[in-house]
Design a protein around this ligand. Structure first.
Ligand code: GLU
Length: 488
């Protein structure tokens, strides 16, 4: 293989970066990098009505965020510029003209209504819908006449009945009956070319060696092979990945399922490393039990032959687990930095900027609990803002108000006497004091922890004591005592 490997993705900017497109991008990227090849991004923006520059930006931002930096394409340029199909229209026109001249394509003047009537008639007869080929044999005079009338025309590709087959890198040998295609449209009546046509041309002009894309394109590939043949150009090799489904095997839908890489994952605190790892396993497996892979490892191990044929199942629980795993295993400084953009409370931000070391300790105390970065604020706000809670929360299960009052008093006295306020010192002292006072460790430590955090779940009492420090901890214990005393 080696240096001539050139792959591409051709996203259409009709929506945000979809998880399926991202997985296709990842597999193309891995395939290219493994063989020292080139990964190209080419924007398929031929559909003016549905395309938007915002979607292009979202797609490119999402790819960069995932670490799938392309070697050629938008922003970076390359030897085959432009990489936006909208800027390549004259090229497609030239090839379309060539096909028409060779009678391998023709102008179709059928109106929408005529085509619809044809479809209805076929339906009534129980036939599958297929263009009749009516305009294939228009005379030169008829064409002239239509054009003089200013009629719009689509361009259709001539399909002769035949069998088309190819060896798919993933699915093996595939065979299609081209007589079912009918003469399909390659340029719409509004003049915009279809990707089934433009991609054949661009893949050829850009020297693409392998087209690796979703399984929904297997029939398009058969059509594209016919187009390439008509244009007398060599086709790349094709490989089609299985589609990604929900756990219940339904199709993932834009409306109800998390499919947008930027919106549903990046913006709520998934790490790109976790996403990449997770997406790699949507269809590919190394054949071992290993589940955690860095991008570097994936590049080393990815083999297209090991992409399966059965549908990939999107398991959100597994992704969440993986994200938590990556958060736990990252350096605290790294996670602390990434968490910053998920913190919006001004008080927290001020505190973080004032004392970066304190912030690191705070993050370290909750790092293991985080499943996504967006969960951070409620987990750490009490480190910066005095907690507000119901006095009843101070009372541990199976304890009562009197014992809790005693627990808080005991804790205050013993903590006040400590010279060193470290995790070990506070633990030894509080456990000992609980015993002396005839309290269970649990009921005393619960009351202490709630006084400090105001929460029923948080890092343990000793850890929080150490981070908050003696003065602040004692102040919070004192207000807890007051709160409890004045509660009914
Ligand atoms: N825009 C198509 C898609 O994203 C690209 C098809 C192709 O890769 O040729 O599915």
């Amino acid at each position: 293989m080696a240096e001539n490997i050139r792959v591409r993705i051709a996203p259409s900017p009709t929506g945000k970066l979809h998880i399926g497109t991202a997985r296709t991008a990842l597999f193309n990227y891995l395939f290219a990098k493994r063989f020292g090849g080139t990964f190209v991004v080419r924007i398929e923006d031929t559909d003016k009505e549905r395309d938007s520059a915002d979607f292009t930006k979202d797609i490119l931002d999402g790819l960069k965020w995932l670490g799938l930096q392309w070697d050629e394409g938008p922003e970076v340029g390359g030897p085959f510029e432009p990489y936006f199909q909208q800027e390549r229209l004259p090229t497609y026109e030239k090839f379309a003209d060539q096909l028409i001249e060779q009678k391998l394509a023709y102008r179709c003047f059928c109106t929408k209504e005529e085509l619809e009537a044809e479809r209805q008639a076929q339906k009534a007869k129980g036939q599958p819908p297929k263009y009749s080929g009516r305009c294939r044999h228009l005379s030169a005079q008829e064409i002239d006449q239509f054009q003089r009338e200013g009629r719009n025309f689509a361009i259709r590709f001539v399909v002769e009945p035949q069998s088309v087959s190819y060896d798919d890198l993933i699915k093996g040998k595939l065979e299609f009956d081209a007589s079912l295609f009918g003469d399909f449209v390659i340029v719409r009546s509004n003049g915009t070319p279809l990707f089934v046509f433009t991609n054949v041309i661009d893949d050829h002009l850009m020297g693409i060696s392998h087209v690796l894309r979703g399984e929904d394109h297997v029939t398009n590939t058969a059509k594209q092979l016919l187009i390439a043949q008509a244009l007398n150009i060599l086709s790349p090799q094709f490989g089609h990945f299985p589609l990604i489904f929900n756990a219940d095997h339904s199709k993932m839908s834009k409306r109800k399922d998390p499919v947008s890489v930027t919106e549903d994952f990046r913006n709520i605190g998934y790490l790109p490393e976790a996403m990449v790892n997770f997406m790699a396993l949507l269809g590919w497996s190394s054949g071992t039990d290993k589940e955690v892979y860095t991008m570097h490892e994936l590049i080393g191990e990815f083999q297209i032959e090991r992409v399966g044929r059965s549908p990939s199942i999107f398991d959100p629980e597994k992704l969440l687990w993986m994200n938590g795993y990556y958060i736990r295993h990252a350096a605290v400084g790294d996670i602390a930095e990434r968490l910053r953009s998920f913190i919006v409370d001004e008080k927290l931000l001020t505190g973080i900027n004032k004392d970066p070391d304190y912030y690191l300790q705070v993050v370290a105390s909750v790092q293991d609990r985080l499943k996504t970065l967006a969960e951070i604020e409620p987990l750490i706000n009490f480190f910066y803002i005095k907690p507000d809670y119901d006095a009843k929360l101070l009372i541990a299960k199976k304890s009562d108000k009197d014992k809790t009052v005693l627990a808080l008093k005991t804790a205050q006295t013993v903590l006040d006497g400590l010279k060193i306020f470290s995790l070990d010192e506070t633990e030894i002292a509080l456990r000992h004091a609980a015993k002396e006072a005839g309290l269970k460790d649990g009921e005393l430590l619960w009351a202490v922890r709630v006084s400090l955090t105001g929460k029923d779940a948080s890092p343990g009492a000793f850890e929080v004591l150490e981070i908050l420090g003696k003065t602040e901890s004692l102040a919070r214990l004192a207000s807890a005592s007051k709160k409890l005393a004045s509660s009914s």
